[in-house]
Design a binder for this molecule. Sequence first.
Ligand code: IVH
Length: 717
Amino acid sequence: MANTETGNTVGIENAADLHTRVDELHQQLHHHAHQYYVLDAPTLPDAEYDKLFQELQAIEAAHPDLKRADSPTQRVGGKPLAQFNTVKHAAPMLSIRTETDTEASGAEAFDARMRKELGLSDNDAPVEYVTELKFDGLAMSLRYEHGVLVQAATRGDGEQGEDVTHNIRTIGQIPLKLSKEVPDILEVRGEVYMRRDDFETLNERQRTKIAAGQKGEKTFVNPRNAAAGAVRQLDPAIAAQRPLSFYAYGVGQISAIQNDEALWATHYDLLQTLKKWGFPVADQVSTAKGAIELVAYHQRIAQLRDSLPFDIDGVVYKVNSLALQQQLGFVSREPRWSVAHKYPAQEQLTTVLAIEVQVGRTGKLTPVAKLAPVFVGGVTVTNATLHNEDEARRKDVRVGDTVIVRRAGDVIPEVVSVILEKRQHDEPIFTMPHTCPVCDSAAVREEGEADYRCTGGLFCSAQRKQAILHFAQKRAVEVEGLGDKLVEQLVDAGVIKTIPDLYKLGFTALAELDRMAEKSAQNIIDALQKSKQTTLPRFLFGLGIRHVGEATAKALVKHFGKLDNIMNASSEQLTQVADVGPVVAQSLRTFFDQAHNREVVEQLRACGISWEEGEPVETANLPLAGLTFVITGTLPNLGREDLKARLEAAGAKVAGSVSKKTHYVVAGAEAGSKLDKAQELGVPVLDEVGVLALLNTSVTANTTETTTSEPVQGSLL
Ligand code: IVH
C-alpha cells in the first residue's frame, strides 16, 4: 500500500496535488504515531511507517516551502541552542500541597479538610474526587494554537519557565498537531517522565560510551534525573536519543468556551476529553467517593507501584466538580482542592560503613554493603546487597562512599549507585576474596557463573546455619521460635552441627544457652516436637536442594507420591515432572547421589519426622505420556495455563523453550521466536483446533501410540 503511495508522488508535478499529498502524509503519520505512541496499538508495520515518513522527507527536501512546523518530520530538528528562552506562562503553573502523613490516614485528613471547607455536615453525601498517580518526572505545559503545538515550557518558578519546545517535539507521545476540533488556544499540562526500561537501556548505552572512553558521558541516577537532563538538553539531536514519555493531568489557558457551553463540568470529564483529543492519560485515573475510597485507592496503587513501568512517588486527589474547585480556591499558589499523598520514599542517601561478604545456604558468596542506618521504603535499612562481584565493581561501591539505597516493596534493599562527586577517600575497588570468609575453604567462580561459592559444603558453619534455618522456616517444616540468633548461638557453641541434631536437642542444652529463659527453651522443644508431623512437599523443600523451591517440591510429590521414588528417580524420569527441566533434575540427582545427604534424610526419619505418602501418578499409561509440548502466542479460546493443565493431566510435559526434544509446538496469534525455532528444527506446529483434537483423540484412544501414529491432519500450521 505504502509502496504504491510512494510511487505516486514521484510522478506528482502539479503543486496542488503535492500539497494534497503532503496533507495526506501528515494525516496518516500523525494517526499512526498516535496509534503507536499513545495507544500502544500500532496498526502499521514499522517499515511501512518508515516509507511514508521517508516519502514526506523527500518531498520536503525538494520543496522546502512545503516543510511545515507541524510536520511529523520536524520532531527532531533545529540546531543546538546557546541557551533556553524564558517563557511567561499564560496561566500560572501551580504546585500541589503534599500531605505529610504517608499512611492511609493522610487521605482521611484531606477529605475531612474538604468537608470542613465546603461546610458539609456528617449527614451530607461524600465528596467525589478524581484519583491519579503522582508521576515522578517534570511538569510540562504544552501550548497548542489552532491545534498545532507551538510551545512547550517547563514549570520554572510557576510564573516563568523555559522554552524546551525543540526537545519536547521529539517525544512521540506528544501530538504535534491535533486532529480533533479543539479550542483555538489550548494549554495541556502534564508530566514528562522516563519509563524504567527506557532508563535502563539509556544507562546501558551510557556505560558503553564511558567504557569506550567517550568524554563527558555519564550514567543517570534515576529515571527522573535522566528525564530532567533530556528535557534541558540544548541539542535536540541528543534529546531525541533519550526516550521520554508523557501523561496529561490538567489544562492551563484555554480560549473561548465553544458554543457558550462549558467543555467539561468535572475534572474527570476534562481528562477524558484530553484523551479523546489524543493525549496520553494514565489508565489508573479513577474517581473515589469520600475518605474510604481515597484510602482504598492509596492502598491499591501502593500494591501496584512496583509493577508499573514508571516511577511514581504517590497519588494525587482532586475534587472532581469544577464548581466546587472554584469554591475552594487557592492558598498561596496551591489549590485547596488537591493534595499529593506520597508513599514512603524508595530511595535515600546514606554512607557505606563496610563491605562484608555473606555466605548463603548453598555457599553463594554475596557482597553486602553495611550502611549508616537510613529510613527507606518504610523501614530502617542497614544492609544492602551488592549482588555479586561484577555488580559491586560495576557500581564501584567503596567503603566511605555516599550511595543511593533503594528498597522497593518487599525486595531486599540494594545500592543503586555511588555519588562519585562526594568521594573523598582512596579506598580500593572491591574484590571478592578467594577463600570463604567464614570457613576459609576455597571460594570458586565457575565458568559462566556470576557467583563465587564456598566449597566447604556442610563443613562451613555459615552454610550449616543457613541450611538449618531453611529447614526450620515457616514454609518448610516450621519450627516456631527458631530464628537466626538462636541457630547462630547453637552452631557457634557446637551444640548442633546438622539438621538432625536439632531433634536431639535436650531441654538442658537449650536452657544453658545465654539469655535463654526456661520457658523459651520449653517452647522450642515443643515446637520441634510439633514440626515432626509435616508434609512431604514441606520436607523436600526444607532439604534446601538447589533449584527446588516450594512449587517444584509440590510437583515432584504429586508425580512420585513417595520420597523414595524421588530419591531413586533417574534424571530422565525426573524431567517427566511438570516444571522440572534438566538443570533441576541434575540438581536433585547430585543431591541424592551423595551418601551424606541420604544419611541426613534417614536420620530425620529416625528422629520421628513423618508425613503421609501418596501414590505416584501412573503417567506411563496416560495418553500423552512422554510427549513434550511448548505453547507460544495467544490462542483464540484457550488460556495458556488452562491448556497447560489439560496437557499435563493427559501425561504430557509442557516446557518453556523449543529444542530437538520438543514433540509439538502449539502456536497462537503473535507467536514469536519459539515458532521460528520450531520451523527451523522441523517440530510439528499445532493450532488450537489441532491440539484440542489431539487431546480429544488421545482421551478416547487412551494410548500414546494411537495418537502419535495418527497425526491430526489439517491442524499443522
Ligand atoms: S496537578 C493544580 N497531577 O507534582 C495542580 N501534578 O506540585 C497542578 N505531578 O510539579 C498539578 N503527578 O509535575 C498534578 N497527577 C498529577 C501529578 C502532578 C505529578 C507533579 C507536577 C508538579 C507536582 C505538584
